[in-house]
Design a protein around this ligand. Structure first.
Ligand SMILES: [Zn+2]
Length: 244
C-alpha cells in the first residue's frame, strides 16, 4: 500500500474537532499532529464523551474523585498542545453504545463548532492490533462519529430538534483516524514530539497506576520512530485520512 505523507506541510484547517471516548485518548492518539495543526493556525476543540470513571485500578475510589482528577489532567494536557476548548459529554465510562442519543450529541458538537476536520477512533475492531485500541467505548465513539459526520450533521432532516435549538447543518470535509499499525497518511511530528510527551505526562492517573507502571515515554518514542521510518521522518503519527 502506498503511503501519502504530509511532507512536513499540513493541509490548512481553520477548525478541528477531536471526538474521543476517554480523557487522554486525543493526546495519546494524535497529540503530535494536534500540536502541528495548532501551530499552523487551526483552532482545535476536544470532545471527551465519557467521564473516565473506569480508568483506575482501585474499586473503592469514589467515581466523582477520579472523574475530577481526569478532567483536570485532560485540561492541562490540552493546554500544553494549544487546544482551545475541552467539552465533556459526561457519559459513564465503559457503558457506550453507538446509539442515536450518542450520535445526536456528537452531531450537536459538530454543528456547534463547525470543523472542517474531525479526528476520532477506528469504528471497528482491528484484530491484528493490540487490544487496547479496540476498547468498546472507542468502537462506539468511532462509529457514532462517522455516522454523525455523514449523513447526520449535514442533513437538515436529521435530528430536527437540533435545528430548533439553533444548530444549523454543517459539512465536515475530512476525517482522520489514528491507526498506527497500518494508517496510510503520515504526519511528521518531529517538531512536536516533545510537546506530545509533555502533554501525556499530565495524565498522571493513567501513566502511573499503582502496580501497572509503564515507561510510556520509551514506548511512545519507539512507536513514533517505527511509524516515522515508513515515511522517512524521525517521528510520525499515522492516520487513515478520509475525504467526506
Ligand atoms: Zn480510551
Amino acid at each position: 500500500m502506498a503511503s501519502s505523507r504530509s511532507n512536513g506541510k499540513l493541509p490548512k484547517f481553520q477548525k478541528v474537532l477531536v471526538v474521543s471516548a476517554h480523557p487522554d485518548d486525543p493526546d495519546f492518539g494524535a497529540g503530535g499532529s494536534i500540536a502541528r495543526l495548532v501551530d499552523s493556525g487551526a483552532e482545535v476543540v476536544y470532545v471527551i464523551v465519557t467521564d473516565g470513571s473506569q480508568g483506575g485500578e482501585d474499586p473503592t475510589q469514589k467515581d466523582a474523585e477520579l472523574v475530577a482528577i481526569r478532567e483536570k489532567e485532560q485540561r492541562a494536557a490540552a493546554r500544553v498542545l494549544g487546544v482551545k476548548k475541552v467539552e465533556f459529554l459526561g457519559y459513564k465510562d465503559g457503558h457506550l453504545a453507538p446509539d442515536l442519543k450518542l450520535r445526536r450529541d456528537i452531531v450537536r458538537m459538530i454543528r456547534k463548532h463547525k470543523p472542517e476536520l474531525v479526528i476520532t477512533h477506528i469504528p471497528g475492531r482491528v484484530l491484528d492490533a493490540p487490544m487496547g485500541g479496540s476498547h468498546p467505548d472507542h468502537l462506539a465513539v468511532g462509529e457514532a462519529t462517522m455516522a454523525a459526520v455523514y449523513p447526520d450533521s449535514r442533513n437538515p432532516r436529521a435530528f430536527r430538534s437540533l435545528l430548533k435549538q439553533g444548530f444549523e447543518p454543517h459539512e465536515v470535509k475530512e476525517v482522520w483516524i489514528p491507526f498506527w499499525t497500518s494508517g496510510d497518511y503520515l504526519v511528521d511530528i518531529t517538531p512536536t514530539l516533545e510537546k506530545k510527551i509533555e502533554a501525556l505526562r499530565k495524565h498522571k492517573s493513567q501513566i502511573a497506576k499503582p502496580g501497572r507502571e509503564w515507561d510510556f515515554e520509551k514506548f511512545m518514542r519507539k512507536r513514533h520512530r517505527d511509524v516515522g521510518k515508513r515515511g522517512g521522518y524521525q517521528y510520525a503519527e499515522s492516520f487513515k485520512r478520509i475525504t467526506v
